[in-house]
Design a protein. Structure first.
Length: 350
């Protein structure tokens, strides 16, 4: 909005006439009596303040030439209408060109926004899927913990009520049951972990770069975001005075999703063992084994089960989902082992 120099009212710039000398704008109605169409079209019109400033000699020299130009008084109405239409047509063409340019720029901006929003939606969808999976796992763990708390509370109430009648044998069985329940709960918490054994240990080592190499050797495409952590498990054994023959600690790899962990375990078993040289290590060659991570109780039980299988010449002893199974021959049913007391029962049945 601009102000008319004649009436001092605000107006739109396109509705007025611009002075060629001072660039001021006036209403057409305010200067209607002294305006000439030829001056407006040629851009030579001057306001009342600028007209006296024109050099008199120059005015006289150009007066005869200006008298020859058509004025609003000597132009016919048809000519004025034609000139007005031409001026309006030029303005319309220019406005259309500006509008098309603005339209093209807006379309490009909108397309860019659409692409960014589409990418954000994809990322949000993946995050929602991961969060849903994590919530499900947490809900399962919380349910197990809640069940254990209820069982413990019921047991405490039962012991307080039946303190004088419960036998030692019943108490021992209850303790064994609780130990098994706690062991199962602890094993469920390790279902996202794998153990790498046999990897030589060095001071100041960085194990994070071994995960991509290990995944490549077993033929798995692994995203670094799918690995939560990788570290040694157990007490520190490597010191300056420790000999190189010390048994290296196990390397624990935790994954963000169980499906990724199961895929790596399956491919590692198909590869039938790895070698440290394949991972670019400079230590003496060593065989590497990638297995499920077991609780301390299950690890001890698995070692006993393997010794019993060798003694009785059974062919198969394995773990799946943190559970221990035995099988005598191919095609025979598998036997699950939960405690050391199950071993004599299984071999006695054969």
């Amino acid at each position: 909005m601009v102000k008319c120099v004649a009436c001092a009212k605000f107006m739109s710039a396109k509705d007025g006439v611009t002075c060629d000398s001072c660039s001021s704008i006036s209403h057409r109605e305010c200067i209607e009596n002294g305006i000439r169409v030829a001056d407006v079209l040629s851009g030579k019109w001057r306001c009342a303040d600028c007209q006296p400033k024109i050099n008199i000699g120059q005015h006289l020299a150009t007066q005869s030439h200006e008298n020859d130009l058509p004025t609003a008084g000597n132009l016919t109405s048809a000519e004025c209408e034609t000139e007005s239409r031409d001026a309006v047509a030029c303005i319309v063409v220019e406005l259309r060109a500006q509008f098309e340019n603005m339209k093209a720029e807006l379309l490009l901006e909108f397309q860019s926004f659409k692409d960014e929003i589409r990418e954000l939606r994809s990322i949000v969808g993946e995050l929602k899927t991961d969060i849903t999976a994590q919530k499900t796992d947490v809900a399962i763990c919380m349910s197990n913990v809640s069940d254990l708390e209820k069982r413990t509370e019921n047991l405490e109430n039962y012991l307080s009520d039946q303190k004088n009648t419960v036998t030692v044998n019943e108490l021992e069985q209850t303790v064994v049951g609780l130990k098994l329940a706690l062991n199962d709960s602890g094993q469920e918490a390790l279902l996202y972990d794998l153990e790498l054994t046999g990897l030589p240990e060095q001071q100041g080592e960085n194990l994070s770069h071994l995960v991509p190499l290990l995944a490549t050797q077993i033929g798995v495409t692994l995203d670094e975001r799918e690995v939560v952590s990788i570290e040694r498990s157990g007490s520190q054994l490597l010191h300056k005075n420790t000999t190189s023959t010390a048994k290296p600690r196990r390397v624990v790899i935790r994954f963000s999703r169980r499906t990724t962990r199961d895929t790596c375990l399956r491919r590692a078993r198909e590869a039938r063992g790895l070698k440290s040289a394949e991972l670019g290590l400079e230590d003496p060659p060593a065989r590497l084994f990638l297995n499920e991570r077991l609780t301390r109780l299950n690890r001890q039980l698995f070692a006993k089960a393997r010794e019993a299988c060798q003694h009785h010449k059974w062919r198969y002893c394995w773990t799946k989902g943190g559970r221990i199974y035995l099988r005598e021959e191919e095609g025979l049913p598998a036997n699950r082992i939960r405690t050391a007391e199950d071993l004599p029962k299984v071999f006695r049945s054969t």
